[in-house]
Ligand binder design. Structure first.
Ligand code: PAF
Length: 326
């Protein structure tokens, strides 16, 4: 803690004394998956680093810590909150544990397609949610993206809700997802990402759910036999920064960080779009057995009690505002 406080003082002094002209400040950014070009996080973080260097004339350097080197996403957010890590690019998974209101975007079958999700997150609703982070000692710079989540498992091809019964499914540490999978009859097992591959290998869990971007990048075809394109929930990502750093930035530098994070988000989204079809073809070629679609209405009707819980927690008006956003 003392070391971090000294780092903070040094940073503040460097920024003040240099007139921001000469000193270079290195900021550490963590994320769960591979560096560029092998994951959407890597590509996003790489774009962020380049843009920050360019926009601040090299006064800030972003040092990347990919592949969960700094822990699971919840741990990394905690570190950013404490100021022992400067930046994290994370899924929305553990975020409601810090900013409960964000759980609304994790509701299953809420978004029609990527364009709908992106316009909500980039528009007033998404920005209102980002504005809730500072009260929790976190600065949210921009929403990024992983794509729509799909189901993989080693037990059987899943085509109907009945096929989900009793499947031990790793979920993110996210209350909205846990409620959904319990309601569908699966046995949800919340677990931090760094434990998932071992869990699948050892059979302590039967399956997991993630977008194609993650399934390909983490090479899940090596440990999972069946893939169902459930598109059961859109998976946002978010770039989060420590207020310790943010509070000593000039207004111009704050603007640079915000602009860089928007370009990083755009790079993530492009990566996800490019991979959407090719990724499935590759996974088939690697031996995964793929169920190409589900009867969404059937899943939604079984989820009725979960939707009632979400309405109680987040308010039906807020949910409808997202659903009807054009
Ligand atoms: O499933 C998760 O926990 C997340 O989607 C992952 C893989 C860590 C990427 O953010």
């Amino acid at each position: 803690m003392k070391r971090e406080f000294l780092k903070f003082l040094a940073l503040a002094a460097a920024l003040a004394a240099s007139g921001m002209a000469s000193a270079q400040t290195t900021l550490r950014m963590g994320y769960a998956l591979a560096p560029a070009p092998n994951s959407h996080y890597g590509v996003g973080a790489g774009t962020f680093a380049e843009e920050i260097a360019k926009r601040t004339q090299g006064r800030f350097r972003i040092e990347q810590y990919p592949n969960s080197q700094l822990g699971g996403e919840r741990e990394m957010i905690e570190s950013v909150q404490l100021g022992t890590l400067d930046l994290v690019a994370t899924s929305s998974g553990p975020v409601p544990g810090f900013v409960p209101e964000t759980g609304i975007v994790d509701i299953p079958f809420l978004f029609r397609d990527p364009a709908h999700a992106r316009s909500v997150l980039d528009g007033p609703i998404g920005q209102e949610l980002l504005a809730k982070f500072p009260a929790k000692n976190l600065i949210a710079l921009a929403w990024g993206e992983q794509g729509f989540r799909h189901l993989t498992n080693n037990k059987r091809p899943v085509g109907t809700p009945e096929d989900m019964k009793g499947l031990k499914l790793r979920t993110m540490e996210n209350p909205v997802h846990i409620t959904a999978f319990r309601t569908l009859g699966a046995a949800p097992t919340p677990m931090a990402w760094p434990e998932v591959i071992t869990g699948l290998q050892q059979g302590t869990i039967d399956g997991q759910e993630n977008p194609i971007s993650v399934i390909t990048s983490a090479k899940l075809s090596q440990v999972q036999k069946y893939l169902t394109l459930t598109r059961h929930v859109y998976s946002p990502a978010v770039f989060i920064m420590s207020p310790k750093i943010w509070s000593v930035l000039s207004d111009a530098d704050k603007k640079s960080f915000q602009e860089a994070s928007k370009l990083a988000a755009a790079a993530m989204r492009k990566y996800v779009d490019d991979l959407e079809k090719k990724g499935v073809d590759d996974l088939k070629a690697q031996g995964m057995q793929v169920v190409m679609a589900i009867d969404t209405a059937k899943f939604q009707s079984i989820l009725a009690p979960a939707y009632a819980e979400y309405a109680k927690k987040y308010g039906q008006a807020g949910i409808d505002r997202i659903k009807n956003y054009k």
